[in-house]
Design a protein around this ligand. Structure first.
Ligand SMILES: [Fe+2]
Length: 213
């Protein structure tokens, strides 16, 4: 999809676009871990599905690290995300198409590690060595003030759960479904009533109805 006209990304082709990134870039190493990027994200989705999570939360687990590939996304998205870390960059490219709970889980998955380190005494001991290393670069455990602010997010439970699957999705050689298995689920989430474009379409429809005599 090298000749993709990025301005044409829509609800109808965003899933295929993300799938293309998985296929071309998924074999990239996940720095310091024993799994590739696609293995890591697919393991997260598998853990979410096995836990009986909703489609939106499975989508969040699958896409939480997509921000590592923002250079694959349209120029305007890149311009918005370029000065941010991969968590914020990923949320920015997804928020045009996915519901807020998905982008919240993506946007806050690094901060969730800092939150859990400050609030769960056992959590730190379960982090991989690479994740412990990056914790320092990411600001270390949250302060009490930061915990209070972060803890007020209405999507906190989902954010923390996706983070825990993120930490667990690093098992070398684990068999998972491939991206194509999750593509219909992603499409359902993109087309669902909580998606930004669906909402816009619905409200436009309502306006049209209301202006009719
Ligand atoms: Fe991750």
């Amino acid at each position: 999809m090298a000749d993709q006209d990025f301005s044409t990304l829509t609800n109808d082709n965003i899933v295929a676009f993300i799938g293309d990134i998985f296929k071309r870039r998924g074999a990239d190493s996940y720095l310091g871990e024993e799994v590739t990027m696609s293995e890591h994200m697919l393991q997260g989705a598998q853990l979410a599905e096995e836990a009986g999570a909703s489609d939106a939360i499975i989508a969040a687990a699958l896409l939480h690290d997509i921000g590592h590939y923002t250079n694959e996304f349209p120029e305007d998205a890149l311009a918005q995300g370029i000065d941010n870390h991969h968590d914020e960059a990923g949320a920015r490219v997804l928020e045009k198409f996915f519901p807020g709970i998905v982008t919240d889980c993506v946007r806050h998955h690094v901060a969730a590690k800092r939150y859990l380190c400050a609030t769960d005494p056992d959590y730190f001991g379960r982090l991989s060595p690479a994740s412990v290393h990056t914790l320092g670069l990411q600001g270390g455990p949250m302060s009490a003030e930061e915990v209070a602010v972060f803890g007020a997010n209405p999507n906190l439970e989902a954010i923390l759960q996706v983070r825990i699957w993120d930490d667990q999705g690093k098992v070398a050689g684990k068999v998972t479904p491939d991206f194509d298995y999750y593509a219909p689920l992603l499409q359902r989430v993109v087309d669902g009533p909580e998606s930004p474009l669906s909402r816009r379409t619905r409200s436009n429809g309502q306006e049209m109805l209301e202006t009719k005599p």
